[in-house]
Write a protein that binds this ligand. Structure first.
Ligand SMILES: N[C@@H](CCC(=O)N[C@@H](CS)C(=O)NCC(=O)O)C(=O)O
Length: 294
């Protein structure tokens, strides 16, 4: 299904497109933002998917995350999908900030009534990329990377660990790293998969997935020490690192604690350049100066 372009905004020599398309997997129209760097006018460019957190639309990080500046320099496109289906008329879908609308958790729900369209896993891994590749020939579908914030950090880690050959690299900001062991994740997984369906929970829990990972693993993860949700035990990055260590998968995992940063886009913006550069190097678009720095 092709996209409707609602707005085209000139930015850093490239353009930001605000798009809408009809998605089968989520049973509704979906908004998505696409940043095309200046290099996209003359060649195919690699693609970085940004997965957002609870309460977000595609606009939050597009407007506050400051990723486009580095992406324009490196020649990387950025895709900002939405965080859930919208307007499915499921009772209760808009009642809480951490479940239903804007809280799709990048899973395919198995429980009624959420299985009607809460299929953000299929949407982000299959339907959206396929639609983008067929509409935007300037995107290089063989060079795709993932990053995200909070619930979107959980999305980035789990999509990457579940599909190790589909993505070139993965990083995360303040990811929900062990959803089965925190309140946000337990609420979401109980609702979308059912309380008893623990094997399904494990299939979408980065801490469980990293234990089973085989082969090299590189990840860049930043967490702010002033992050209230980290302090509350919603993120649990230490559980992820411990599981990676136990399974011998920690060597390439960089978990960095950034002093005083909070759970917000000020934090994301502060490390956006470093994450984009880290992906650029792995996507093969670094220049010699960066090669020495990273
Ligand atoms: N609204 C929630 C907080 C949710 C929240 O912090 N969401 C983060 C991602 S998990 C976010 O990006 N919020 C929107 C923004 O900062 O623009 C609350 O009141 O506790």
């Amino acid at each position: 299904m092709s996209f409707t372009t609602n707005k085209t905004i000139a930015m850093f020599g490239g353009k930001l497109l605000k798009l809408t398309h009809t998605a089968k997997s989520t049973s509704c129209d979906m908004n998505v933002n696409l940043y095309l760097p200046p290099q996209a006018s003359s060649k195919k460019v690699p693609v970085l998917f940004w997965l957002s957190g609870l309460t977000c639309t595609p606009d939050n990080c597009t407007e506050k995350g400051f990723l486009q500046h580095a992406a324009a320099k490196k020649g990387i496109a950025i895709v900002y999908p939405d965080t859930s289906p919208r307007g499915l008329n499921i009772p209760g879908e808009d009642d809480a900030y951490d479940f239903g609308s804007a809280a799709g958790f990048f899973i395919d729900a198995t429980q009624e009534p959420w299985n009607k369209g809460y299929n953000m896993y299929t949407y982000v891994t299959k339907e959206l990329p396929e639609a983008l590749w067929s509409s935007f020939k300037e995107l290089d579908s063989s060079k795709v990377s993932l990053t995200g914030f909070s619930m979107g950090g959980h999305g980035a880690l789990t999509l990457f660990l579940r599909n190790p050959t589909a993505y070139v690299s993965c990083s995360a900001f303040a990811p929900i790293s062990n959803p089965s062991a925190c309140q946000w994740g337990q609420k979401a997984f109980s609702g979308y998969f059912g309380e008893a369906n623990k094997s399904k929970w494990a299939e979408h829990d980065a801490t469980e997935l990293v234990k089973k990972h085989r082969g090299p693993l590189e990840l860049l993860i930043d967490v702010g020490t002033g992050d209230g949700f980290y302090k509350e035990g919603q993120l649990l990055p230490e559980n992820f690192l411990a599981a990676a260590k136990e399974s011998g998968n920690d060597k390439g995992v960089q978990l960095r604690f950034q002093p005083e940063y909070g759970h917000d886009h000020f934090f994301v913006a502060s490390f956006a350049d470093e994450h984009v550069e880290w992906h650029a190097k792995r996507l093969g678009v670094y220049d010699n100066a960066d090669k020495q720095k990273l």
